[in-house]
Write a protein of this length. Structure first.
Lengths: 245, 336
């Protein structure tokens, strides 16, 4: 199949980008050990009923995968900058095939992040039933879809000199409001706002690993709506992005 | 899909017979047409009319040089030709299709003016990646050979020199085996030798019955590599024909002579003379017909001495045509 050859090389490119690899995957790992290693004895973090190594394993898994997805935008912005996106415009590559390659490359990074943080968690004594692992990974992969689209959309809207702050700041804000670092509790403004964001449900997907429970209906709806809006936005941003940068 | 080669026998004389685009011979609609194409941009100083109502028709197998100074509208024209920018008015037809349809069918290959290569792939891998998008690409080895890239096929794209990068970009433009090859100022980053090799590769590709349109502001390149030159200035076409005809348009030769006593006004009325200038004791006659002019000159001014007759380069034609504000008028365009 023609599209698969193209996707294979896109994955190869992402894999060979060592600096990106290091910051995208190494950074959450480093962060995890710095926070969780000295606190491995904290068994009830912030009255959540969960040990700190486990809380931060899932927290950093959601953050690391989210960053991996959004940072597709950084690579797209630099491809636009060098005129590569315009070069692709004068090929028969379909929008769908282009998106598929970008999204799969981002998912590859996210998959590696999940695996490495899982291993890091295990090394600090985290252990979960296999069923919980599977449910967690499955829900995380679904919850990442809006972020994949967000990365593509930002990459086609924002120029290379401002994409760093845009994706970094955006990811940090979404992570904060989604309750990645501290539990949002069960009432109040931040809780109500958080529940409308895909990052909250990404964190909840990761927390599934803790509880074994899936999302309530609201989680599915929020992720579906954000996915639809951002995928449409990504298509729009890509289609109109034909100018010389 | 009909491949090229069948229609490249269009007589090269007949191609230039018409003044207006629509009189070019059409081969079952299989050609390239720009009809009444216009494009403006907004700018703080008001609208910029980048391209103003141009008509061009190109037959299969032609190699056309789009020549003009910076800001003449070449790149905007090429963007519209490729469907990268929609025209404000007018239309583009590539082999009877819209640009998008032609691109989707793999009929078009292009090397845009600006562009680097994506990183983390070797030259061969990048070519294979892009070839995989097309319905009937050339073999990778064949493309590497044609573009002289065999020796560096295993090198990562970020380790290439400027000239090598341009060659890879040319390879990417032909990997689909396109019927139409579009090159926007392809030799900008190249040294003299790379340029020479590049044009050899281009001519070898064109010789397979391909249609080539290239933009350049190097007059020499258009002169040597195009069999037709479309000269643009201020968004308009100011001349369209073989390089030799463009030279003829402004006086094909120049006569220089030492002649202290003659008034320029008198000289310019000599038969065969288009215009006359005086520089100190010498006079400079731009001639439409230098044979006639030299006979008349010697008959009227037997004292003329140190006579030189030189052929005007495309450079002179270029300057004369693009600087002349009158040639901006639509009616003056393409009066060949």
């Amino acid at each position: 199949m023609r599209g698969l050859v193209y996707t294979r090389y896109e994955l190869l490119r992402a894999f060979r980008n060592r600096r990106f690899f290091f910051f995208s995957i190494g950074f959450p790992l480093l962060f995890y050990f710095v926070i969780a290693s000295p606190n491995r004895g904290v068994t009830n973090f912030d009255r959540s009923g969960i040990s700190l190594p486990l809380y931060y394993m899932v927290g950093l898994t959601s953050f690391g995968t989210m960053v991996a997805m959004i940072s597709t935008g950084t690579r797209i912005a630099s491809e636009r900058q060098i005129g590569w996106t315009r070069q692709l415009r004068i090929t028969p590559l379909s929008t769908r095939a282009y998106f598929r390659a970008k999204v799969l490359a981002a998912y590859m990074m996210s998959g590696l992040t999940i695996v490495l943080l899982g291993l890091a968690g295990s090394s600090l004594g985290v252990s979960l039933p296999a069923g919980h692992w599977l449910a967690m990974v499955g829900l995380i992969l679904i919850a990442l879809l809006p972020f994949a689209a967000l990365g593509i959309m930002l990459g086609h809207l924002i120029n290379v000199d401002s994409i760093g702050p845009a994706t970094g700041g955006g990811a940090s804000l979404l992570a904060f409001l989604g309750g990645t670092w501290f539990p949002l509790g069960s009432h109040g403004f931040l809780f109500e706002l958080g529940r409308l964001l895909p990052s909250y449900w990404l964190v909840q997907a990761a927390h599934t690993g803790l509880t074994g429970h899936g999302w309530p209906l609201r989680g599915w709806i929020v992720i579906a709506v954000w996915s639809a809006v951002l995928v449409a936005g990504a298509f729009y941003a890509f289609r109109r992005d034909t100018k010389r940068v | 899909m009909q491949r090229p080669g069948t229609s490249s026998a269009v007589s090269s004389n007949r191609r230039y017979a018409g003044r207006v685009a629509s009189t070019y011979p059409t081969v079952d609609g299989e050609e390239i047409r720009l009809d009444g194409l216009s494009k403006s941009f907004r700018s703080p100083e008001g609208p910029v009319h980048a391209v103003r109502d141009i008509d061009v028709a190109i037959a299969r197998g032609e190699t056309v040089g789009l020549l003009g100074p910076n800001g003449a509208g070449k790149s905007t024209t090429i963007d519209m030709l490729l469907g990268l920018q929609p025209p404000d008015s007018g239309g583009v037809s590539l082999f009877g299709r819209t640009p998008r349809q032609a691109v989707d069918a793999g009929l078009v290959g292009a090397m845009l003016q600006t562009g680097a290569l994506i990183q983390y792939l070797s030259v061969r891998e990048l070519l294979a990646m892009m070839a995989s998008i097309y319905p009937a690409p050339l073999g990778i080895d064949e493309v590497l050979e044609q573009t002289g890239l065999e020796a560096i096929s295993g090198r990562r794209t970020q380790k290439l020199s400027g000239g090598e990068t341009q060659r890879v970009r040319f390879a990417l433009a032909i990997v689909s085996d396109p019927d139409l090859l579009v090159l926007d100022e392809p030799t900008v980053a190249m040294d003299v030798e790379s340029r020479h090799e590049f044009w050899n590769s281009m001519r070898a590709f064109a010789a397979r019955g391909k249609t080539v349109v290239f933009a350049t502001h190097y007059l020499e390149e258009a002169d040597q590599n195009a069999d037709r030159v479309v000269l643009m200035a201020h968004g308009r076409i100011v001349a369209d024909g073989p390089p030799t005809e463009i030279k003829g348009r402004v006086g094909s030769r120049t006569i220089r002579a030492t002649l202290p006593d003659a008034a320029p006004g008198e000289l310019s009325t000599l038969p065969g003379v288009a215009s006359a200038d005086r520089h100190g004791e010498s006079v400079l006659l731009s001639c439409a017909d230098s044979d006639q002019a030299i006979r008349a000159l010697l008959e009227r001014f037997p004292a003329a001495r140190d006579i030189e007759i030189t052929g005007a380069g495309l450079e002179d034609a270029f300057l004369a045509l693009t600087a002349d504000p009158d040639s901006d008028a639509p009616d003056a365009a393409v009066a060949l």
